[in-house]
Structure formats: structure tokens, C-alpha cells
Design a protein around this ligand. Structure first.
Ligand code: AMP
Length: 412
């Protein structure tokens, strides 16, 4: 099926052709029609599946069919991070290129002035992070009384990041009569609860199995001692001459330290995390896209919204505490049909985290050894693995290193 079968505005179709979008992705096939029919939806889709266009196209279509004088904000997209806000905003701009519709963006960490100027000029669509949106609402630099569409993008992450209070305050400023669309990579109880309070008789759209991202991505797990991980990563990137590698770590300090150490190994790497200024984050991303740096070392939060076309390699330097983040991470590669490779380095104390990932994916992931980096089985194995995430964190905070070697093949 092609986009032209979806009866979208011809100016939108023109932009899609230019962007090289031939066919709708499964999530787009699932959501575009119901949104056009004014249905509230709750859609499960990971980043990388084309979910932005899945809501942007029908919204733009409906806005374009009914232009509004003075361009009040008629569609609001809330995102958990500024990177995702930028990505979504860019997509709206791209799709609406041949229409008269205007979009604006509002996120924190940068001066509010330019945002106020843009809003004053009128914007049909506003893409915003909740905190900065509330600043604008409080200052009266934006009003939402003409809102028709409210979109929650990556709703699961919004909850994880503690945005519930902000969301409640935003809801007081939007009309009750509206269409609400919620996108989330996962549907757990909290998301269902939130959906019930926000949505009106929503259509549930789950075109993707939870592990769709994983299907296009080859996953390799290497068992390796913690203190040899950095050496192994630099070796892999150097020996295989990988040019663009996204590396995930758990902490901001860890990201900084790894990028620095890799630099000493001759691999140009930069860290990206929440403590970096917006300018630094944008520059890092741009340098990465341009290929002036080979490795981007990111925390989970910072990685949201990174859309790098044809990213082939993702390395999990450490597994995330939240198994669902694994799906988000590996979804950074294999985007929109591309193939990707996701490599995870597992030290013995992370075996329980791998088990959590396996549960979420409903798939067994067998660890292997890389020649020259086999785990040292003679090392202390008395530590045992931590029984809980809290214990694991505590152990790491103490800096106690590895917690016991179970060997390359994991026991189950
Ligand atoms: P998203 O899940 O919205 O982050 O989209 C992931 C990537 O897929 C982005 O680079 C989009 O531009 C691209 N994309 C979205 N829809 C399509 C499509 N129908 N055909 C080709 N590429 C697409």
C-alpha cells in the first residue's frame, strides 16, 4: 500500500515523496486512518518505527483542511526530552513544507525569548517539553484554548522521568473537547491508568510486537570482565573500522570517563547526557552525524530522540537497570528497515539484568566470548550476584567492581 491510498493532503504527499517515503510503516498504517476519523488512540510503538509520522501526518492533514486565522496552537505534542522535541519538530516542518502550516518548539535549557517570538508569529503545531510549556502558559506567552490535538510522545518515558505533576497542570489549560493520542514503547499498568484518565474511548493500536525493533537488529552478547570492557570496545571499533557507534552507559560520569579514555585509545568519542548544555549536546550530535567523531557515549535519557539515519552499531557498555530501555537503545539502530548490530558487554554482575531483558524480549540471549577478552574465571567469584537492583546500585556506588564470575555461558 502506498501513501496515496491514505487520502492525505497532496502537499503532504509531495513532501513525503521528496523525503523518499514510499510506503507507510506498520504503525503508520495502524494509526493514520483512525486519527483522520477523529478517534483517540493509544499506540504502542518504539522509536525508529516511523511513529512521528504516524501522528504528524493525519494531524497536519486535518489542520491543513481547516486553516485557522491567527494561527493559534491547535496541536500540542508533549515529549519527555528536548532532543525528541527537536526531532519531532523537524519532522513536522519537513512534512508541512508545502503547506501554509507553521510549527513552533519550546524546551528548557535555552533562552525563552526566541520561543516567545516564534509563538507570537503564530503556530498551528507546538512541540514542547512539559516544564518549558508550563513557563509559557504561566507567562501567558501561549494559550491552548483552541487546542484540537494533544499528543503524548513516549508517554512511558514521561512517567519514568516524573512528569506527572507537570502533565496534570498542562491538562488544566487544554479544552476537554479534543482528540488525544498517546504513543508509548511499552504498555504497563501505569500507562494504562494514565490512558484511562486522558483518553476518550481510545482505540488500542499494537501493530508491533514488543520486540519489533529487535527483529531487524542482530544482537550479540559478550561476556567480559568489567575492567576490560573499555579496551574491548576500543579494540572492536578500531579493528572493524566502525565509523559511527552509539555507546550506552548508565551514568553521566561514566559517559564522560569512557569518552575520555577512548580518546586516549585513539577513538574520537564525545559524551552526551543531561548535564551537558543544549549547545554541547547539539554539537556532539552534529559532529557524530557528520562523522567527525566516531563514538557517541550516551546515557538513556540523553539518547531519547536521537534519530540518526543508517546508524549501524549500538554498544551497550552496561545493561540498563530498566530492561525496557534495552529495547529503546537497540532501536537506535535498524531504523526504518535498516539492518543494525547491537552488541552488549556483560560483566558477571550484570547477568540478572540480562535475564530481565530476556523476559521483556521473550527471547533467550546467549552470551559468547570474544577471543582475547574471555572473562577471567580465576578471579574472585565469592561476591555472588546482587539480588536486587538496589543492591546492585549500592555495590556500584561503593565502587566495588565486579561481583563474581559465572563464565561466558550464562546459567539459567
Ligand atoms: P521515528 O520512529 O518517527 O523516529 O522514525 C524513524 C525514522 O524513519 C525517521 O528517520 C523517519 O524519517 C523515517 N521514516 C518514518 N516513516 C517512514 C516511511 N514511511 N518510509 C521511510 N522512512 C520513514
Amino acid at each position: 500500500m502506498s501513501f496515496s491510498n491514505l487520502t492525505l493532503n497532496k502537499n503532504l504527499l509531495r513532501a513525503l515523496t521528496e523525503l523518499g517515503y514510499d510506503q507507510p510503516t506498520p504503525i503508520q498504517l495502524g494509526t493514520i486512518e483512525p486519527i483522520l476519523k477523529q478517534q483517540d488512540i493509544m499506540a504502542r510503538a518504539q522509536t525508529g518505527t516511523g511513529k512521528t509520522a504516524a501522528f504528524a501526518l493525519p494531524i497536519l492533514h486535518r489542520l491543513a483542511e481547516n486553516e485557522c486565522e491567527g494561527r493559534p496552537v491547535r496541536a500540542l505534542v508533549l515529549t519527555p526530552t528536548r532532543e525528541l522535541a527537536q526531532q519531532v519538530y523537524k519532522n513536522f516542518e519537513g512534512y508541512a513544507k508545502y503547506t501554509e502550516l507553521k510549527s513552533a518548539i519550546a524546551y528548557g535549557g535555552v533562552s525563552i525569548k526566541a520561543q516567545i517570538t516564534a509563538l507570537k508569529q503564530g503556530a498551528d503545531v507546538l512541540v514542547a517539553t512539559p516544564g518549558r510549556l508550563l513557563d509559557h502558559l504561566t507567562n501567558g506567552t501561549v494559550t491552548l484554548d483552541k487546542l484540537q490535538f494533544l499528543v503524548f510522545d513516549e508517554a512511558d518515558r514521561m512517567l519514568d522521568m516524573g512528569f506527572m505533576d507537570e502533565i496534570s497542570r498542562v491538562l488544566k489549560c487544554v479544552p476537554k473537547q479534543r482528540q488525544t493520542l498517546m504513543f508509548s514503547a511499552t504498555f504497563d499498568d501505569d500507562i494504562h491508568k494514565l490512558g484511562k484518565t486522558l483518553l476518550n474511548d481510545p482505540q488500542l493500536i499494537e501493530v508491533d510486537a514488543i520486540n519489533t525493533a529487535a527483529e531487524k537488529v542482530e544482537q550479540i552478547i559478550y561476556a567480559v570482565d568489567k575492567d576490560r570492557k573499555r579496551e574491548m570496545v576500543s579494540h572492536m571499533i578500531g579493528a572493524k573500522n566502525w565509523r559511527q557507534v552509539l555507546i550506552f552507559v548508565r551514568t553521566k560520569q561514566g559517559a564522560d570517563a569512557l569518552a575520555k579514555e577512548m580518546g586516549k585509545d585513539g577513538i574520537k568519542a564525545v559524551s552526551i547526557h543531561g548535564d551537558k548544555s543544549q549547545g554541547a549536546r547539539e554539537k556532539a550530535l552534529e559532529d557524530f552525524k557528520q562523522g567527525t567523531i566516531r563514538a557517541l557515549v550516551a546515557t538513556d535519557v540523553a539518547s531519547r530522540g536521537l534519530d540518526i539515519r543508517q546508524l549501524n552499531y549500538v554498544i551497550n557498555y552496561e545493561l540498563p537497570y530498566n530492561a525496557e530501555d534495552y529495547i529503546h537503545r537497540i532501536g537506535r539502530t535498524g531504523r526504518a528497515g535498516e539492518n543494525g548490530l547491537a552488541i552488549s558487554l556483560i560483566s558477571p554482575d550484570e547477568n540478572y539484568l540480562l535475564e530481565e531483558v530476556e523476559k521483556v524480549l521473550d527471547e533467550r540471549l546467549v552470551a559468547q566470548w570474544m577471543p582475547g577478552y574471555e572473562p577471567d574465571l580465576t578471579k574472585d567469584t565469592s561476591g555472588g550476584r546482587p539480588k536486587s537492583k538496589a543492591q546492585h546500585k549500592k555495590r556500584n556506588q561503593k565502587g566495588s567492581g565486579r561481583a563474581g564470575g559465572s563464565g561466558g555461558r550464562r546459567r539459567r
